[in-house]
Ligand binder design. Structure first.
Ligand code: ADP
Length: 240
């Protein structure tokens, strides 16, 4: 590898599924309430890897995930998904990219209360044009992978916290996104349940080959990811 010319190395390196290049974001610029949250964040995220985004509360993890997930636009910099710069794309292009290429998991499950676990995992697929049968098959398989298939017909209120979060993970992966963005996905769970849900999340990331960026305060869980990045003073640094 070391004998290989730089251009060859560049060609043989796997392409990033998600590339953030020099992202900057300041809230309330030019006012006394100005907060410079991101000051030149760059990141390459590859298929099948889980990257831990580690930082204390208030450091800008949610801001970074919102920008990566095309929910917010940076003041400067590029958000490239599979080589396509979407940071300044039309609302429609960004909405379609979110629907088809990005899955989100939040600290709170955000499942629809009037639908069953199975239906919650089917709905994003139906919205993207899948047939009912295809959506049901995919939802059933995903619920089995996260070991909640025996609760498929339960509504969220009839599930435990860990089960709800596992359904939320299944739903995030329903449309076979290339990217999974997770914001403290186990933050509301007790340590034993958090450990179980996290193990399922890692299994799914590797089984589905999705590129995952997972924000967490939990250093023990972060240590089990493929690599870790620390957000400090608006920049990303490799960690341990
Ligand atoms: P984290 O997810 O790491 O806790 P956030 O990205 O939520 O951090 O917030 C980073 C900083 O930006 C915090 O100081 C927060 O108060 C501030 N902030 C977040 N959103 C806004 C907003 N819409 N307007 C002004 N300041 C904000």
């Amino acid at each position: 590898m070391s004998d290989m010319p730089t251009s060859e190395r560049a060609r043989s390196a796997p392409d990033a599924v998600l590339r953030l290049a020099d992202i900057a974001r300041t809230y309330n610029p030019g006012t006394p309430a100005e907060v410079r949250v991101l000051a030149g964040v760059s990141l390459d995220l590859h298929a099948g890897e889980a990257v831990g985004l580690v930082a204390p509360s208030g450091a800008g993890k949610s801001t970074l995930l919102h920008i990566a997930g095309l929910l917010d636009t940076p003041d400067a910099g590029r958000v490239e998904i599979e080589g396509c710069d979407l940071s300044q794309a039309s609302d429609r292009a960004r909405t379609l990219a979110r629907r088809d290429r990005i899955g989100f998991v939040y600290q709170f499950h955000h499942l629809l209360p009037e639908f069953s676990a199975l239906e919650n995992v089917m709905l994003p697929q139906l919205a993207a044009g899948a047939s009912r049968e295809a959506a049901r098959q995919r939802a059933t398989a995903l619920l089995a992978l996260v070991e909640v298939d025996h609760r498929a017909w339960h509504r969220p209120a009839e599930l435990s916290g860990g089960e709800r979060q596992r359904v939320a993970i299944a739903r995030a992966l329903a449309n076979r996104p290339r990217i999974l963005l997770a914001d403290e996905p186990t933050g509301n769970l007790d340590p034993t349940t958090a450990e179980h849900v996290f193990t399922m999340l890692m299994t799914l990331v590797h089984a589905e080959g999705v590129a995952a960026l997972i924000a967490t305060h939990n250093h023990a869980l972060a240590a089990r990811m493929d690599r870790r990045l620390e957000l400090r003073r608006g920049r990303l640094l490799p960690q341990g």
